[in-house]
Design a protein around this ligand. Sequence first.
Ligand code: GAP
Length: 535
Amino acid sequence: MQMEKLVSLCRRRGFMFQSSEIYGGLNGFWDYGPLGVNLKRNIKNAWWHDMVTAHDELTAPAGAPTPYEMTGLDCTIIMHPQVWKCSGHYDLFHDLMVDCRQSNRRYRHDQVRGRWVEAKGQRIFVATVVETSEEVDDVTRRALKFFNLRAKNADDLAWDGDFVSLETIDDMSQVLGPDAKELGTLTEPREFNLMFKTIVGAMGSERDAAFLRPETAQGIFVNFKNVLDSTRVRVPFGIAQIGKSFRNEITPRNFTFRSREFEQMEIEFFCHPDSSQGWYKFWRDRRMRWYTELGLAGERLILREHGEEERSHYSRGTSDVEYAFPFLPKGEYGELEGIAHRGDFDLRSHMEGKLDENSPGLEVQLGEDGKPKYRGSGRDLTYRDDLSGEKYVPHVIEPSAGADRATLAFLCEAYTEDEVPDEKGKLQTRTVMKLHPRIAPIKAAVFPLVKKDGMPEIARDIYRAIKQQMPAFYDEKGAVGRRYRRQDEAGTPYCITVDGDTLKDNTVTIRDRDTLEQWRVKVDDCVSEISQRVK
Ligand code: GAP
């Protein structure tokens, strides 16, 4: 599937629009349209339902060491600035970026790629940030321009090796920046903190600076004791949260994949250190299964265990659920969710203070005065088991998913082009979004075959009845074939048509979006038939 086709469908049919589009858009920000809002909400609701509300705390699910409890939170986006100092985000949440002195553009160091080329006795590195499918054209065009060659003399360019990251280049003086005309205009890489800063209150001084949260997780950690004290949960238990997060990404790209405002669906699961590896494995497999159950089955979805060198120093295991998005080079996957065993790093940081990021253990980093660089809350965040009397800092398993990336993956997977016969039996290409019925924005569309003979009245009654249970759509305009196509593009799993036979035997036709199978049911059974099928 070509990504451009999906992007165009998303805009045309109202799944997604660029934010502030009438003013030229704002890079890294996206709005969900009438179909998209339902799709994303259905994904978030499915996650909350499957992970929290429908979870049976009385029995251990397959693969779980014991039964466990689940509960939820909804925390603020702006939190006490000390939270981010103790979490490590204030000091460590940065990307390396390079600036171009000529174009005044800024790029993420690891996202600039390029190729070495030699012509007229000079060897240069032509850098680019355009999509992979277009990068060859981009560097060729710019190398020709740099060496003052015509397109017909492209053979004079002697390319040396394949595309490599700018990270491999030591000498910036030989680099032609992605938007530069001269060599050596890119700066050395510098750190850039990704947290959005804001000011709280009317004084407007630096002392009132605060940050938009870059993850929802910290709200859960700082409320750990509140949840324990206000409920009867016992370890092992999980706290779930869905909410907006913000990261000032240097180069947002690939549609909604890397946005500056996005939504996360995170669980912090608290368990005894001795059983933490068992819980880590349980959550890794449970989360992978969730995506496959909702339609991401197949070779495009993988679970990848990180090697030791890739893991944070505190992590005792990390796996990513990854998807082969169509905008990525062949063989590459993009992260949908990370499942991390975080040990007791977070609770201990909020209790004792900011820890040394280079420490293999959990030593408190000391400032020049011999005290921790950032003091923690000083609150006791240990857990006391009321049965065994044991007191300990629980270990945490964190399944952290992105609602927007999941939505994008479901859209990519759903996009299908197939051939179906039209009314005259001629094969026509149709575009169909094969979304799982649980997440489809509209569950059923109702059509009268023609706008007369009492058909619209019956169809409207069926539509109203379905609407009480689930999102439905009524359409009486144009040829019925065209109405089917519009619903196929919207991902509507079932279309109900009221026709001439309805007037005789009180039955309607139901058409399945994927198989195109059609069957008749009694008008009175329509709602229960659709409800059962979209469960
Ligand atoms: N608390 C852990 C944490 O935030 P992360 O890997 O940085 O971990 C978790 O983020 C998930 O959030 C990612 O797997 C991804 O789905 C989503 N996410 C992160 N940055 C994003 C961005 N810039 N745009 C869209 N989604 C993003």
